[in-house]
Design a protein around this ligand. Structure first.
Ligand code: GMT
Length: 375
């Protein structure tokens, strides 16, 4: 654990989304280690709504509306708030999650106050939006100028070198999970016959990149052999309406349950036999870490940073993207073989304890902070 206690400004997207959740968890954990954490965001981060933590403060960004604006300049408002908080609170550094537009705002704030900034690259800030010509030059410059850059997987770092043309060193610091909250325990929130039925969980923001429809098609295949199969779709997002239409079309209402957003995800996982993720790209999905931490095997697509977490046949299964038959086959194998489920699930829990706990990951961020602050 680091001995220097720092004042750290954290900026992220405060609403539901992996990067915001990770950044909020990081802030709370850092505060628990005695650092003073200041979230600078347009809303109180969802993961700490209604909860107070010692050493954690929230500063809200106000974007002034004006009839002249078609697009209110959020980056300027954020940069101004970063400047103000840095000065008033005497911040040692800013840590921004998701480079667009946070790294640019931090660069502006550093230009006025000299406060250094660390950027963590999470996903589409590199692969989709970040490398689009509308954002690329400024995004690249803002990342390249940072005092330190981290990425949540090797895949993400390689993408940043290639797509953004970053030349400075990018430290790979994996995402982490609270292995106590997400720990194996008996199911308490679902009535089920663990001997007979199989419950599969999928947790996401139902964006097109998640390809949830592939999982529904897979469940349709599985249901023909195992009519008791159940799929819990946890979360919400832009594809929900289409997914519900597909569930109706395939007559799967009895098998598929949409739960909406839930704050007790660990309880739902404890009532599941496997977590499935069929995304076409992912950098370092939290949902896999959460499932694995609860001792569940995962079935996930072999894309992006997923193979850095999932070892095929060891702690889960990797399948090719856009391939419902392959997902179905793996779910059926897990359904039919309790010993296989247990073996993969135990290995999954071990993977988390060895590599993805907050204790293991936090000190890697603290090391970066110390280097940045010492200059
Ligand atoms: O990049 C995105 O599209 C969204 C981003 C987010 O803010 O949720 O997700 C990314 O960051 C998460 C936290 O590190 C990772 O768990 C996700 O894998 C990653 N999403 C993608 O790469 C699509």
């Amino acid at each position: 654990m680091s001995s220097t206690k720092l004042k750290i400004g954290i900026t992220c997207y405060p609403t539901v989304g992996g990067s915001g959740i990770l950044a909020t968890r990081l802030g709370v954990e850092l505060a628990g280690r005695g650092h003073e954490v200041h979230f600078i965001t347009y809303e109180r981060p969802v993961a700490i709504q209604g909860v107070d933590h010692d050493n954690v403060y929230v500063h809200l960004v106000t974007v002034v509306e004006y009839p002249l604006f078609k697009y209110p300049p959020y980056t300027i408002a954020l940069g101004s708030e970063m400047f103000r908080v840095s000065q008033q609170q005497g911040l040692d550094l800013l840590h921004v999650h998701y480079s667009i537009p946070h790294a640019t705002a931090a660069l502006l704030a550093r230009g006025i106050t000299g406060v250094p900034y660390v950027v963590t690259l999470h996903g589409s800030d590199v692969t989709i939006l970040g490398s689009d010509r509308s954002y690329l030059p400024v995004n690249t410059h803002s990342v390249e100028e940072a005092d330190a850059v981290t990425a949540v997987s090797k895949f993400m770092a390689e993408e940043a070198y290639e797509r953004l043309g970053i030349t400075k060193e990018i430290a790979v610091i994996p995402n982490f999970v609270d292995s106590e909250t997400f720990s194996p325990a008996p199911c308490e929130v679902l009535e089920r016959d663990a001997e007979k039925d199989i419950v599969v969980a999928h947790i996401s923001n139902f964006r097109p990149v998640k390809r949830v429809q592939d999982l529904i098609y897979a469940i349709n295949i599985v249901a023909k052999k195992e009519p008791g199969v159940r799929l819990m779709l946890v979360g919400d997002g832009p594809e929900r309406h289409k997914l519900e239409a597909l569930i109706d079309h395939l007559d799967l209402r009895g098998n598929v349950q949409l739960t909406g957003y839930r704050s007790d995800v660990a309880n739902l996982l404890r009532c599941s036999d496997a977590v499935v993720l069929c995304s076409e790209t992912e950098s370092a999905p939290l949902t896999l870490l959460e499932g694995m931490s609860c001792g569940l095997p995962v079935v996930a697509t072999e894309v992006g940073g997923i193979p850095e977490i999932v070892e095929d046949g060891v702690n889960g299964f990797l399948v090719q993207p856009k391939h419902p038959e392959a997902i179905a086959q793996r779910i059926l194998e897990l359904s039919e073989d309790g010993a296989l489920r247990r073996r993969l699930g135990e290995a999954a829990r071990r993977t988390v304890l060895e590599r993805y706990t907050s204790e293991r990951v936090l000190s890697q961020y603290e090391e970066i902070y110390e280097k940045v602050v010492r200059g």
